[in-house]
Design a protein around this ligand. Sequence first.
Ligand code: ASP
Length: 326
Amino acid sequence: MMSIRSLAGACLSAFVALGAFAVPASAQNYPTRTITMIVPFAAGGPTDVVSRIVTAHMAQTLGQSIVIENVVGAGGTTATTRAARAANDGYTLITGHMGTHAASVPLYPKLAYHPEKDFEPVALLAGTPILILARKDFPPKDLKEFVVYVKANAEKVNAAHAGIGSVSHASCELLNSILGVKPVGVPFNGTGPAMNALVAGQVDYMCDQIVNAVPQINAGTIKAYAVATPERNPSLPNVPTTTEAGLPAFQAQAWNAIFAPKGTSPAIIATLNAAAIKALDDENVRKRLLDLGSVIPAPVNRTPEALATLVKNEIAKWTPVLKPAT
Ligand code: ASP
C-alpha cells in the first residue's frame, strides 16, 4: 500500500508533468513565424513611431519579423475591434494607447470591445506628454494669448484630431472644457496626417503626443504653447509647462502599450513582455525614444499586471471627463 508521503510524491510528480503539458507546443516554440502588430492610426504618427522603434528591437530578440499593419478609422477603435477578435495565438498584437484602451470607453456607448475584458496586457512602451500646438501663423504668441484668442474666436477656430476617442481628441476635449469653448473638430486618420495639415496651415491647433511634435517644433514649422506635464520635457527645454504658462488645470500625458487578444497563453505574454523590456533597456532604443520626448516606463511599470492597473485607472480617470461630451 502506498504511504501518505509517497502518495503525495506521486501526486506532485503528476502535477509537475501536467504543468509541463499545460504549455502547448505552439507556445513553447513561439514565435515560429512573422508577427503582425496592428497600429490603429496612420503611419508616421506617434503610435506608429513608438511601435516601430520598439518592435524593431523585439523582432531581433524573438528571431522573427514583426510587421506593422496600420488599420485606421473611428479614432483607433476599428483596429482595436479587429485585434480583439483576432486569433489569440500571439501572431496578431496591437499597439493600443490611452485613447483605444481608455478614452474610447465613455465616448462609444456601443464599443465592440472592452479594453479590460477582451485583451491581455503585454507591456507599456512609452509615456507621451501632451503639447498644445498651433499652426505657425496662428496669432497668439503664448498660452495666455491663446486662451484669450480661442475664447474670443470660439466660433471660428478649429482643432485637428485623430478621430473621436483618440488621444488628440480626448486631451483637447479636456482643454476645451477647461476653456469653455467648442471649436470645430477636424478629424484625420491619425495625427501624422493631422500634423501635415497643421504644418500646411490648414488647421488652427491640436493637442498631440510629444513624439509627433518634437521634430516639427525644432524645425520651426509649428508653434508649441506648452507641455501639459508638471515638468518641462528634456527634449524641448524651451517649451514651458502649462503651469508655468498660466493654465495649471490642463495636465495630460498619454501612453502607448502592447496588448494581445484575450486568452493568449501566459507563456507567450511572458515571452513578448521580456522582449519589450529588453528593447526598453537597449541604449539605442532608449535614445530614440528619449530624443522624441517619450517617458520610458520605470521597471515597476513594465509588467503586464502594471499595465492592467494603468488601463483600469485610466478608464476611471477619463470617464467623468469625457462623459458629458457624448
Ligand atoms: N496616437 C494617434 C496617432 O498615432 C493619434 C491620437 O491618438 O491622437 O496618430
